[in-house]
Design a protein around this ligand. Structure first.
Ligand code: TYM
Length: 335
């Protein structure tokens, strides 16, 4: 009998800093679900990363529970994939320390997200914010993941994870798989609806800039109606039409239509119609997620059970590798 080929492994994570945005969903989380049959998938709620900016403890705990429920509502199936909360597997933090000793200060200084976040949180430029990408590398490398589905903004961090893995392997012998990114062609960088030159973000101060995936239909329609576009009237994808390009990429992802088809559909109809259509399509697309989230959030016992099982599975998976890493760097055997 032909030997069954081992499935490739996937790891990704999202921070529990509030309801996921349409950017999180289209850029990353909606793809996670689609990969579950073809790959061995491991998905985490990155609460360790979340504390690099100020968090109120009770709110963080609540947001972590909610983010876990939301991840399942977006299609992650704890029976087919490992779904867990990062801090519940201590190996991430342990490996992060070891890897930080194979990461250069200069490399971390070049991370654009560090520069952005230190500007935004000038009163709290803590060491965790600086070493954040090392922890992210540990998340990925601890599972020997082959592929990492992420949005474009995490590409630089993934590159760093690859460099750290290669450096460690060179120095201590083959230990880590060097992971590849899995970045969607369309929707890898959704932009703010109010300033389409800026990334759509959870923490935007302008309430109309961001679609949250639990927004109700009226809210979604209203935000799209107010989306900033340009003084032109033609719905087409072209350089300089940042707002329309952004709406087109959203509409294309949720309807499966090509840019040419979209341009044809709205020929002679103007932006108003287009914005309404994008809003309708997004709201309909997200409706099942809202319904499933409401159902799951009412079942705390189930969520806790999934979380615990997931953390135990994750811990078991990373134990062997941690043992290997400790031995390679010259520590006395782990207990
Ligand atoms: P986070 O929580 O900021 O975002 C989660 C995922 O959503 C993607 N994303 C976007 N995609 C398209 N358009 C946008 N506007 C947009 N905003 C966010 C992100 O690229 C990401 O894939 N450090 C990570 C979490 C993390 C992680 C990991 C990811 C921790 N450990 C290991 C991969 C592997 C983060 O803060 O993502």
């Amino acid at each position: 009998m032909e030997e069954q080929q081992k499935k490739k492994r996937i790891f990704s994570a999202i921070q529990p800093t509030g309801v996921f945005t349409l950017g999180n969903y289209i850029g990353a989380v909606s793809n996670w679900g689609k990969l579950q049959d073809e790959y061995e998938c491991i998905y985490a709620i990155a609460d360790l990363h979340a504390i690099t900016v100020m968090q109120e403890p009770a709110a963080l705990r609540k947001n972590t529970m909610n983010a876990f429920a939301l991840m399942l509502a977006c299609g992650m199936d704890p029976k087919r994939s490992i779904t867990f909360v990062q801090s519940q597997n201590p190996h991430h933090a342990e490996l992060s320390w070891v890897l930080s000793c194979s990461t250069m200060f200069g490399e971390l200084s070049r991370m654009t997200q560090f520069k952005d976040k230190s500007q935004k949180h000038a009163d709290n430029i803590n060491a965790g914010l600086f070493t954040y990408p090392v922890l992210m590398a540990a998340d990925i490398l601890a599972y020997n993941a082959d592929l990492v589905p992420i949005g474009a903004d995490q590409k630089q961090h993934l590159e760093l994870a690859r460099n750290i893995a290669q450096r460690f392997n060179q120095r201590f012998g083959e230990t880590f798989v060097v992971p590849d990114g899995y970045i969607p062609e369309s929707g890898a960088r959704l932009m703010s609806l109010q300033d389409p030159t800026k990334k759509m973000s959870k923490s935007d101060e302008n309430a109309n800039a961001t679609i949250f995936i639990l927004d109700d239909k009226d809210t979604i329609l209203r935000k799209f109606k107010r989306a900033v576009t340009d003084s032109d009237t033609e719905v087409c994808y072209r350089e300089g039409k940042d707002g329309i390009n952004n709406l087109m990429s959203i509409y294309s992802v949720v309807t499966g239509k090509t840019y040419d088809e979209i341009t044809a559909e709205f020929a002679g109809r103007g932006y108003g119609d287009f914005k309404t259509a994008v809003g309708e399509a997004v709201a309909d697309h997200l409706e099942p997620v809202r319904t499933e989230y409401a159902r799951l959030s009412a079942d705390k016992a189930y969520l806790t059970e999934c979380m615990t099982n997931g953390a135990q599975q994750a811990y078991r998976l990373t134990s062997k590798l941690l043992r290997k890493v400790y031995r390679r760097v010259g520590f006395i055997d782990r207990l």
